[in-house]
Design a protein around this ligand. Structure first.
Ligand code: NAD
Length: 267
């Protein structure tokens, strides 16, 4: 399968180029960076620490989509919406790891996925997708006397908060409880907040250092506390999952899929 990486000079972009090069059945079809980026014209493989590929990073996303069977996108929300439209226009499968998309952007992507297979996941690791499934199960078994709090920590460069994964855990908890996350979520707290409102799902965000991604779902009642935790120590888990998803789209019907569909873990 010919796979291209948009935003291939980014932290995840470089890992993805590496993963494509080392996965049997895949070949790197190209990479992009935005017009004006100093990386345009450089070899994406060399940037990823590999031998030269003969490819150059392009600012022409359409040409790169046309040359690929699937494109992997870990960039920024506005760029991802434009890429989803290009995927639909060129009949190319799209794997989306970008987080921080708002409702309207998500709806635009879902509309574009009517014509091509797309996999969108806030987190492409196997462990986190099991954490989603476990959180939903635990939330469905425990009543609202168990307060749900979700704590996450990421490296100092992360630009969105709470993380897409933390929100994914929140959605899983809300689903287990039979409520909408938007009605239950408390995304941050400060000042005189008053006592905790029963049934809410709280979030706390930590940022610092080079933390790849730590997430904990806490179920706290009077007398006991259950915690489900996942810690990523290498971005390799995300690029592995994204390349596996790209391969999974081959001969797949159009539609917007999740990593749970790829792994068959429910959720
Ligand atoms: P980064 O800033 O290192 O990389 C983003 C890259 O995208 C940059 O090189 C930037 O130049 C490029 N870019 C921006 N707009 C572009 C455009 N229009 N065309 C082409 N390239 C463009 O960020 P990162 O740490 O690699 O993370 C990227 C995204 O992936 C973030 O939203 C992050 O939260 C998300 N992420 C998701 C997962 C997951 O498993 N789903 C894991 C890690 C990171």
């Amino acid at each position: 399968m010919k796979i291209a990486v948009v935003g291939c000079a980014g932290r995840m972009g470089r890992m993805l180029v590496h993963e494509i090069a080392s996965t049997p059945g895949c070949v790197l079809a190209g990479g992009t960076e935005p017009p004006g980026s100093p990386f345009v014209g450089q070899d994406p493989a060399v940037l990823a620490g590999l031998d030269p590929s003969g490819l150059v990073i392009s600012a022409d996303a359409r040409a790169v989509f046309e040359a690929a069977d699937a494109v992997i996108d870990f960039t920024r929300p506005a760029a991802t919406v434009a890429h989803a439209e290009l995927a639909a226009a060129t009949g190319t499968a799209l794997i989306i790891g970008t987080t921080g998309l708002d409702k309207e952007q998500t709806a635009q992507i879902a509309a574009a996925a009517a014509g091509v297979p797309m996999v969108m996941a806030p987190n492409f690791s196997v462990g986190v997708n099991l954490l989603f499934a476990l959180t939903e199960l635990v939330a469905s078994k425990l009543g609202i006397d168990y307060d749900i709090e979700i704590v996450e920590m990421h490296h100092r460069h992360k630009v969105d908060a709470p993380s897409g994964t933390a929100l994914g855990i929140g959605r899983a908890a809300a689903k287990g409880r039979g409520v909408d996350l938007e009605d239950a979520q408390v995304l941050s707290r400060e000042g005189i907040t008053g006592p905790r409102e029963a049934g809410t799902i709280g979030f706390a965000t930590l940022r610092g250092g080079d933390v790849v991604g730590d997430h904990t779902a806490i179920f706290a009642a009077d007398g006991e506390r259950l915690e489900l935790s996942h810690k990523a120590s290498s971005r390799g888990v995300f690029s592995k999952g994204a390349v596996r998803s790209a391969l999974w789209t081959k001969d797949r019907a159009p539609g917007l899929y999740t990593m749970a569909d790829v792994l068959g873990v429910g959720g």
